[in-house]
Design a protein around this ligand. Structure first.
Ligand code: MRU
Length: 376
């Protein structure tokens, strides 16, 4: 495959490769996914993770899985029954992939889009039906690149040149198609001579902040300091933090945002210290069908992630009870602004989120030059 640009996934010559993020930062290895089981496992086991990247991987994943499934189907090409079967198999594949993780809405959003693309294609052959899936996956991928760039521009308009910025989990290049959501303004700013000082929470228990955020920012030459999650209060109190930036896995109609466990504690602390708390949420992550954060299903993961993973010896008694929710919900009232690719949204979120999804401009609309996308 040669030397690949850093990205959580690449689609090359009809093949889907993902960067196995469970091996980072020790090893940069891309693996091919070609069956629905491989795609499911890669999402469930966090080999590919981060809401937007999960969506893109699932869309391409549905396409490559269908190709595998089709090999075991009779292929007379233009027969109506074949397309009915194609639709049924596609629905089964998408339902299966959708069940890999519950919290990030981008997973079901992307799979819904792929299914809809098949429906709207009015394909007359299996070949053209498969092409419709691939075209939609490619579109989702490109839209995510563009959305991250736009969130970079909007986010940067909120940040000063030498700010100290605290972030949690990983919402950077590794979680998206490129640039990241909340790390996009940091990359964009550093290209333009900003001198940010980023503090990355290690993000227990899976250490995405240490293994991924600190790694990718460091690799890009950005000033980054790794802290344990329980040090956030101290760095805020010492005046080192001017803004908190985080991603989001699902934002509900009222502006509550689910993100990696520990995010909501930062929001509460930020309020205490009067530090702006910005959540970066592409419109693909806004779930207008869900009313509030109370309705979001929170993924609960394996106890061993807390007890023994990453340690040469278990760090807790073998029989101690462990609670391992993977996400928490930051109530809308703590979120200073929501940064989307269509603009910056301010409260009242129950009105303004729906408006931005519909494409209505917000007060802080800025015109940036999409030409810059090529340089970024
Ligand atoms: O469990 P993960 O690693 O998939 O959780 C990821 C996060 O919580 C990210 O912060 C979120 O997906 C925002 S992604 C740009």
């Amino acid at each position: 495959m040669g030397q690949l640009e850093l990205a959580p996934l690449h689609f090359i010559s009809g093949k889907l490769y993902i960067l196995d993020q469970t091996l980072l930062p020790r090893e940069e290895t891309y693996i091919e996914l070609s069956t629905k089981e491989e795609v499911f496992d890669a999402i469930k086991n966090l080999q590919v993770r981060g809401a937007p990247a999960i969506g893109v991987a699932a869309a391409y994943g549905a396409y490559v899985s269908m190709r595998k499934e089709l090999m075991s189907m009779p292929s007379s090409g233009y027969v109506h029954e074949d397309l009915v079967t194609f639709g049924n198999v596609l629905r089964n594949v998408c339902d299966y992939l959708r069940s890999a993780r519950p919290t990030a809405v981008n997973l079901s959003w992307a799979l819904d889009r792929v299914q809809m693309a098949f429906k709207n294609s009015h394909a007359t052959s299996i070949k053209s039906a498969a092409e419709a899936l691939l075209e939609e996956a490619t579109r989702i991928h490109q839209e995510d690149v563009d959305a991250c760039y736009a969130m970079g521009e909007y986010g940067l308009s909120l940040l000063g040149r030498e700010m100290g910025i605290l972030t949690h989990c990983n919402a950077g290049t590794l979680a998206t198609s490129k640039y990241g959501t909340c790390l996009a303004p940091i990359y964009l700013g550093s290209e333009r001579g900003y001198d940010f000082h980023v503090y990355a929470d290690e993000t227990r228990p899976l250490l995405q902040g240490a293994r991924l955020t600190a790694w990718e920012l460091n690799r890009a030459g950005i000033d980054v300091t790794l802290i344990c999650d329980n040090m956030a209060n101290t760095v805020m109190k010492q005046g080192l933090i001017d803004a908190v930036v985080v991603g989001c896995d699902r934002m509900t109609r009222n502006g509550d945002g689910a993100n990696k466990i520990g995010t909501s504690a930062l929001a509460v602390l930020a309020r205490e210290y009067d530090i702006p708390f910005y959540m970066f949420v592409p419109t693909s992550t806004i779930d207008l069908n869900t009313e509030s954060g109370e309705d979001i299903e929170i993924e609960v993961r394996d106890e061993e992630e807390v007890r023994s993973m990453w340690y040469s010896e278990p760090m807790a008694p073998e029989d101690v009870k462990i609670f391992n929710p993977s996400f928490d919900v930051t109530p809308a009232k703590y979120i200073t602004a929501v940064i989307t690719e269509k603009g910056i949204v301010r409260p009242p979120y129950d009105i303004n989120l729906e408006a931005i999804v519909r494409g209505e401009p917000q007060m802080e609309h800025i015109d940036f030059d999409v030409e810059n996308l090529d340089e970024f």
